[in-house]
Design a protein around this ligand. Sequence first.
Ligand code: C2E
Ligand code: CA
Ligand code: CA
Length: 897
Amino acid sequence: MGFSVIRRGKASRSVLRATNIPAFLALFVIAGAWIVAEQQNRRLFEQAQRTQVLNQISLVRARLEGNISGNIQLARGLVAALVVEPDMDQQRFSALAESLLHRNAQIRNFAVAEGMIVTLVHPLEGNERALGLDYNANAQQREATVRARETGDLVIAGPLDLVQGGRGIVGRLPVFVPGADGQNHFWGIVSAVVDIDRLYEDSGLTDPDLPIDIALSGHDGLGARGKLFYDPAGIVANDPVVADVVLPSGAWQIAATPKGGWPAAPTNQWTLRLLLFMAGALIMVPAVIAGRLIEERQRNIRTLRRREAQLGKLSRRLRLALDTSKVAVWEMNVGETEQFWDARMNELYGYPADNAPRGQIHWEKRLHPDDLERANAEFRRLHVDRQYASQYRIVLDDGEVRHVRAMGAVYDEPGTAPRIIGVNWDVTADIGLAEELKRVNALTEARNAELETARAHIEHNALHDSLTGLPNRRYLDEMLADHAARFAGEGERAALLQLDLDRFKQVNDTLGHMAGDAMLVHAARVLRDTARRTDFVARVGGDEFVVVRRWPREKAGHDACVAELSELSDRIVARMQEPLSYQGHECRVGVSIGIATDTDCLADPLRLLVNADIALYRAKARGRNRHQFFNDALQSEIVTTKRIADDILTGLEQNQFVAHYQPQFCARTLDVIGVEALARWNHPRDGLIAPAAFMKIAEELNVVASIDRLILEQGLVDFHLWEQIGLGVPTVSVNVSARRLRDEELIRTLRQMDIRPGTIAFELVESIFLDDNDDLTAWNVEQIKGLGINIEIDDFGTGYASIVSLMKLSPRRLKIDRQLIMPIVRSAGQRQLVGSIIDIGHSLGIEVLAEGVETMEHARVLKSLGCDALQGYAFARPMSGGDLVEFVQSRRWKNAC
Ligand code: C2E
Ligand code: CA
Ligand code: CA
């Protein structure tokens, strides 16, 4: 479409379009007429000019003719006189001539030639040279004179240069005198010289007022054949008007043009042009207008055709749309009842397509009774709203129900009555679909709601502990992260209480998991009740809980917060200690609390948790059922611990851990019966360090097993050395940590070692055997025994192991802890206790060794109680391998006893 617009634009701009043809033709005709008219005008103008010139010539010509013939007439008078008086003398002649000349001044002179020789001249004065002139001898004058004689008539010659000077025309008249025979005989010639300049002047040729320029030709009176002799303005070439000047003999031709030449253009030229222009305009303007109108008409025709094509296209589309959409159409005039229904409308309502008029009654007949009233009401609104949209059901004769959507509108068309046009279409399928959709939608919504509930449930579960319903560790992490953000944003402060139930394990172990669960639920309740509603309480591990309290920035004063937290902790500790009755049992647990707060410039969730944990650890160490704030001392302890930990790892790498040995003696003979290998740390800076300073940290670092193995290896090396030198140290005992005993690799590594049965003993602390369920430990113990390694119970009397469980192990020796030995010198009861242990051991066939034998008094008492072996400062302190060799060989202790 854009393309055709462009083309049309170009065409309309072109001057050479068909509609301009009339204008062009008119222009052509006008131009032609213009040229012809101008030519005609010029011709007429020229003719008028020529006529005018001719008129003026006539005047001049008449004068010329008159003057010349007048002059010649005078000469004729002379001729007549001479005929009568041929012998007249000069005097007579002059008088006669003078009388003639007197009347006409144009004659310059008269001459009379008798025969051909001039005899008389008048006036004589000035013309004397003419006398005696022989015409026959004068070439210039002979011809005319001869011609006059021959023709017997006047001959006019000239203009010619006169002998006496000047120019003139000469009229020559022959004179014939009657002879004696009665015949006329040639006598002579009378010449009249006419002054040509005077002739011109008198004839008006030189009159300055004469409106024309004149030329004369016809020299010697020869008419058209004669030469040009007068043309002062040089007009002969300028197309002059020509007329004959009739002389008494022959003729001249006179030619004339207006003075200054012919006018170049007719004087009415511009008037004519104006008229022509106006006439042209009268023709052109209508022609152009006509052209424009034709063009307009053609354009209109084109527009109409285009619209027609568009209309055709539109109606084809509409037909297609109606066909494919199955839309039915009806029409009626406003205020009339008769309606026109198209075929589809009839089909929709179950009527035959018979083109018969339909009406309201046909429509209402089909309407579903339930929709009748509403549909009718809606239809009636059409007259008010001029628009109408409705949906209703119809029932066909066979009972089929159809859903129909109807729309209509009132149309006003000029010249016709207002009409209503409406459409109906079957939406039964749509309704079905919509209902189905609605059903599916409802179903989906229900599913979504279920899913949402499930999701919320899952989310809740993910963030809560199922047993107590408290937030769990994950929730705590989120909450702390949230707090960290608020710390940064609003300056919120928080304190974190880390709680650990004391003796929970015992409840669990003794009363079962159900009791444990009940205990946990109880603890959760206590925390919830004690904490504020805004506090965050979470269960983060088996028997570990966390309480987080937050303050807005302005309320976060340090001392006030500490007091508040102490008070909260005390209440928790007090409430937690209240017994819980479970199935008739009274369960009691305690709680230890570690508290950490944000520092002034940092809210690090991890740091909070770690610090609180450290404080908790300290609280437990300080004897449980209490709270401990994390503080600088704890902090520096941590730093130290960290340094030691690093040093331990380096020490292990650099073999800084060495075995020292403390001898063990037979209580009766005081012979050395073995040594206990004890770990020492040969610190490069701090010197020799005892286990108390590093063992705990090594435990936390999980490297005690490595230390155990190192000491065992060194013990073996030294033991072989002692054997070689025959030192007489029969056994070496090494301490074995609980973790090493649980090591799956232990037996394999032991097998690879060169251990002779009966030479090595493993000291196991009592507490190792508290857990009955630890099968690996029991199995390992059996394997160790199988390798010929003796088992000894270390620190006996400090733990809670039952004699029965210990017996299952069938150790070779019990080592009574030095806490029990120390008081025996002074306390009879203690002596008795140790004595009983010794007896029990003996009754079970187990050897008994007393540790911490610090004095000989102790040694004596123990000997008297029947103790088998002794170890203690009283005899020897732990010493290096080298020192031991020296010590044993010296037998110093024997002297001391
Ligand atoms: P333990 O197994 O009970 O070792 C005996 C400790 O009592 C030694 O302390 C020893 O020096 C000390 N002792 C000996 N006689 C007396 C005495 O008459 N009076 C007093 N007050 N103390 C005496 P040490 O060497 O400081 O070792 C301390 C603990 O470190 C050991 O107690 C043991 O449990 C542990 N230990 C030492 N070496 C190792 C090792 O290689 N592995 C493991 N797992 N633990 C070790
Ligand atoms: Ca020991
Ligand atoms: Ca011990």
